[in-house]
Design a protein around this ligand. Structure first.
Ligand SMILES: NC(=O)c1ccc[n+]([C@@H]2O[C@H](COP(=O)([O-])OP(=O)(O)OC[C@H]3O[C@@H](n4cnc5c(N)ncnc54)[C@H](OP(=O)(O)O)[C@@H]3O)[C@@H](O)[C@H]2O)c1
Length: 345
């Protein structure tokens, strides 16, 4: 069988383009024992994949030159050599920027039980890695208490918008930072944030002044998705004992050196804590998070935005949207039609 897939052909110095990524077509190898052949229906595009295009290993090994970027996929099992999975089942798994992926099921591979009230794509957004990131990042690392103030960067994005909504469900005041007027409006009207801050064109001092205005009681939890100026400004507004959750540093993903953090002293001065967070450390607790997320969803407490583009050819152009802010929710690529007639029950 032929498989079209993107490969990393050169390491980008800035934003990756089709100078660094090439679409190739080759023949799939036969499966070995315990492997699955997946037909990718939707693939998730995630900011951190950009860091893996650099040479240095991170929380996952760097993508080798000639290798296919890996990511979470929603897929149909086409062939199974694994006792726990059958052809025709729908799963989420760790596949790639490709039409087909061969995987050895591990903690990243889960069978999807489709229900009529939940769109299949939610298993890549709210009920996928995005939802788990918001849930465990906020609740385990942030440890919110009622009436505390939670500040979120990239707040209108996939993870950020859920963090704000979950914080609200825990009785917190929520303030989001985003890159356009439209996104700021949406934070309040759609995602229920108490206030919103447009960060563009503000320096650290200007941004800190806006945060002070919107968080008159100071910031108890800062959920950081961006880094750079946004983190520096947030540090100037934290309360004693504040918790800073370092979930992502997207402002630095396209540079060789991360933008420095000038105001770390505030962490000492406020006896605050900073915790790096990785969702993969929490996958063994997936069911616990999913039970809450499903309940909040069915009660109408959670809203999700998804930005779906179609076709494998579009992947690099769509990926770039994460870095100029033109994605409008959880970014994913629709690769093939959903097999509605053969969903798991
Ligand atoms: N630690 C983990 O386990 C884990 C897991 C999943 C995701 N993450 C992290 O969570 C963050 C959000 O990921 P996501 O998938 O939900 O993406 P997203 O927020 O839906 O999209 C990325 C957003 O980041 C903002 N952004 C991009 N470049 C920026 C810059 N230079 N300065 C300020 N804002 C910038 C843009 O929003 P604006 O228009 O508002 O600028 C853009 O829409 C990322 O940092 C990602 O790496 C971490």
């Amino acid at each position: 069988m032929l498989n079209r897939r993107w490969i990393l052909s050169a390491r980008p110095r800035g934003r990756p383009t089709t100078e660094h990524l090439h679409l190739v077509e080759d023949r799939l190898r036969p499966l070995t024992n315990d492997e699955l052949l997946l037909k990718n229906l939707y693939i998730s595009l995630d900011p951190a994949t950009r860091k893996r295009m650099d040479e240095a290993d991170g929380y996952l090994p760097a993508i080798p030159l000639g290798g296919t970027p890996t990511t979470t996929v929603l897929a149909e099992v086409i062939e199974s050599r694994h006792p726990d999975f059958r052809a025709g089942e729908i799963v989420t798994s760790f596949g790639g920027w490709a039409e087909y992926s061969i995987v050895s099921p591990d903690v990243m591979t889960a069978r999807i039980t489709a229900t009529p009230d939940i769109p299949l794509t939610y298993h890549l957004s709210m009920l996928g890695i995005t939802g788990l990131t918001a849930y465990f990042g906020l609740l385990d690392c942030g440890r919110p208490r009622p009436r505390e103030t939670v500040l979120v960067s990239a707040a209108a994005g996939a993870v950020g918008s859920l963090v704000g909504q979950i914080a609200k469900l825990h009785g917190c005041r929520t303030v989001g930072i985003a890159g356009t007027e439209t996104k700021c409006r949406r934070l309040i009207t759609e995602f229920g944030f108490d206030d919103a801050i447009l960060y563009r064109e503000l320096d650290t001092a200007g941004l800190a002044a806006r945060i002070h205005q919107c968080c008159p009681q100071g910031v108890d939890i800062h959920f950081e998705n961006v880094g750079g100026t946004l983190l520096d400004a947030a540090l100037l507004t934290i309360n004693p004992g504040a918790r800073i959750v370092l979930c992502g540093l997207i402002a630095g993903y396209n540079t060789q050196t991360s933008p420095g953090c000038q105001n770390l002293w505030q962490v000492i001065a406020r006896s605050a804590s900073i915790q790096g967070f990785l969702v993969k450390d929490y996958l063994h607790r997936r069911e616990e998070a999913l039970a809450s997320l499903r309940r909040w969803l069915s009660e109408g407490h959670l809203k999700v935005r998804e930005h779906v583009e179609t076709g494998i050819e579009i992947v690099p152009a769509a990926f770039a949207k994460l870095f100029d802010g033109s994605n409008d929710g959880k970014l994913m690529i629709k690769m093939a039609s959903e097999p509605f007639d053969r969903l798991n029950t």
